[in-house]
Structures are given as C-alpha cells and as structure tokens.
Design a protein around this ligand. Structure first.
Ligand code: ADP
Ligand code: MG
Length: 144
C-alpha cells in the first residue's frame, strides 16, 4: 500500500465550491484517482475515522465540522503517495503551510483546512478501507 493515500475534500472545500480546483491540483501533482465518492459522514463514522484524536481538546468541534455537510473521500495512487500528498496539502495550520500548498491557498483556519491526507502507509490503508472496500476498488478499476 506504500503507493496509496486517502484524501478527503472536507465539508468546507465542498461548501466553497473548490472540489474541481483542488482535484485539478492533486491530479497535476501526478496523483491518480482510484476511487472517489461524495458522502455525508455520520457522527459515528467521523468519530471512528478520527479515533486517534479522541482525547484532544478539538475533538468535539472536529466531529461537528466533519459532519456539517458532504465531503469527498478520494483514494489516490502515486509513488511515495503519503509523503508527497502531505507536501502538496501543507501544514495542518494554513498560517504555517508553505506557499502554493492547498491549505495555504484555500484553508480558513487550523480546523477548516480543506483537505485530509493520511500520515503513514499503515493509516493510509486503514483510512482507504474506511470508505472503499478492496473489492470495490478492484471492480472500479477493472483489475478483477
Ligand atoms: P492533519 O489533518 O494535518 O493530519 P491532525 O491529524 O493533527 O492534522 O488533526 C486532524 C484534524 O483536526 C485537522 O486536519 C484539523 O481539521 C483538526 N485540528 C487539528 N488541530 C486542531 C486544533 N488545534 N484546533 C482545531 N482543529 C484542529
Ligand atoms: Mg492527521
């Protein structure tokens, strides 16, 4: 799985009509879309996805934000996907994100930061499974 990562275009990205611009930037950076869907996360699904942050002070607000509207999970493929995607999106806090990164360009705050990217190969694999079954990805891409 080291060539895969999970992106989520978060509810603020969808609300600001930035889906197309952000996906263009992702594709122009050499990522291939393996799977994509628009979903509205339930509270349980958002809590499960962000389980590691359960004890953090921002957890409750994060769940409210992530369930506030539709979002777009995208399974992506590229060599060195996890690291390259984190570089493309920039730091969690847009004020600290490098020039030209997606968060620097579009994010309003450390919470409303437009896009999610997996932080390790292990988590990429888990997070892709949160939204896409392996059977589904095989079928979509005609690999079966
Ligand atoms: P990243 O998304 O860059 O991997 P984290 O995994 O640390 O960042 O946090 C998950 C998400 O929680 C962030 O993308 C952001 O939406 C929110 N978040 C993180 N830190 C804060 C904070 N200090 N205050 C509010 N929201 C935060
Ligand atoms: Mg993270």
């Amino acid at each position: 799985m080291s060539n895969r990562t999970l992106a989520i275009l978060k509810p603020d990205c969808v609300k600001k009509n930035l889906i197309g611009k952000v996906i263009t930037q992702i594709q122009d950076a050499g990522f291939t879309v393996l799977g994509m869907k628009m979903v509205k996360l339930t509270e349980d699904s958002a809590k499960g996805f962000y389980e590691v942050h359960e004890a953090r002070p921002f957890f409750k607000d994060l769940i409210v934000y992530m369930t506030s509207g539709p979002c777009v999970p995208i399974a992506l493929e590229k060599e060195n996907a996890v690291e390259d995607f984190r570089k493309l999106i920039g730091a969690t806090d847009p004020a600290k994100a490098a020039e030209g990164t997606i968060r620097k360009l579009y994010a309003a705050s450390i919470q409303e930061n437009i896009v999610h990217g997996s932080d390790s190969d292990e988590n990429a694999s888990k997070e892709i499974s949160h939204f896409f079954s392996s059977k589904e990805l095989l079928e979509i891409n005609g690999w079966k």
